[in-house]
Design a protein around this ligand. Structure first.
Ligand SMILES: [Zn+2]
Length: 218
């Protein structure tokens, strides 16, 4: 079972069959606190030191932050450049500006192995381009909301080989995270026919890695 996106102790993580993979990057909310060039240099150093480190979450936000759009774009692009040069998968953050996020990543799509559109809940008009960019869409807790009719419609339209699931939580409570993940997966499976095997294969495709050994819990 894969949890494509969550946080713990300030880190951005993906876990696949109990094996955690880390992602490193500066979120757009912090765009005015950091300098793009220095952030990119630090990111490069971190990636060069760890061949399994991914990039994220990075992106653009027009909903939850007042950080100046130009500063967000500069920071986003600088980090995309590094991800492209070092060929690492990228976890994307977008809020009320997914069209702009897609536009920004387009020039890097040939070099970045894959993108995770985390928390994506926009209308389905962008899906063809997302898949053309080798993008995966991770389904989140919103799918558990019986009133989220439009979101469930979007989930239903996702091709089986493009779906991941996520909790996007930030807690040290592993048990509650696992329970949330199981619920999100069950609902997503009911809507799409996704199997655990396919989910893990999608995670491996996103990471560009072989599937780690399945860990059985006795
Ligand atoms: Zn997150």
């Amino acid at each position: 079972m894969t949890n494509a996106h969550y946080h713990c102790g300030g880190e951005t993580l993906l876990s696949m069959n109990g094996v955690e993979r880390r992602f490193c990057g500066v979120h757009p909310w912090r765009a005015e606190e950091v300098r793009a060039r220095e952030t990119a240099a630090a990111l490069r150093t971190a990636l060069e030191a760890d061949g399994e480190l991914g990039v994220g979450e990075i992106g653009l936000d027009r909903l939850w932050t007042k950080a100046v759009p130009a500063a967000q774009r500069e920071l986003f692009t600088a980090q995309l450049e590094v991800a492209a040069q070092l060929r690492r998968p990228v976890v994307l953050h977008g809020a009320k500006c997914w069209g702009e996020v897609v536009k920004a990543v387009r020039p890097f799509a040939a070099a970045v192995p894959a993108f995770l559109f985390h928390g994506f809940s926009r209308s389905d008009g962008l899906l063809p381009e997302i898949f053309a960019l080798n993008g995966f869409v991770s389904v989140g807790r919103a799918v558990l909301n019986d009133h989220a009719v439009n979101y469930r419609e979007l989930v239903r339209k996702l091709p089986l080989d493009r779906i991941l699931v996520e909790t996007d939580d930030d807690s040290a409570d592993v048990q509650s995270r696992d329970e949330t993940l199981a619920a999100v997966f069950a609902k997503t499976a009911a809507l799409t026919g996704l199997t655990e095997t396919q989910l893990d294969a999608n995670a491996a495709a996103f990471l560009g890695t072989a599937l780690p050994e399945r860990r059985f819990v006795v």
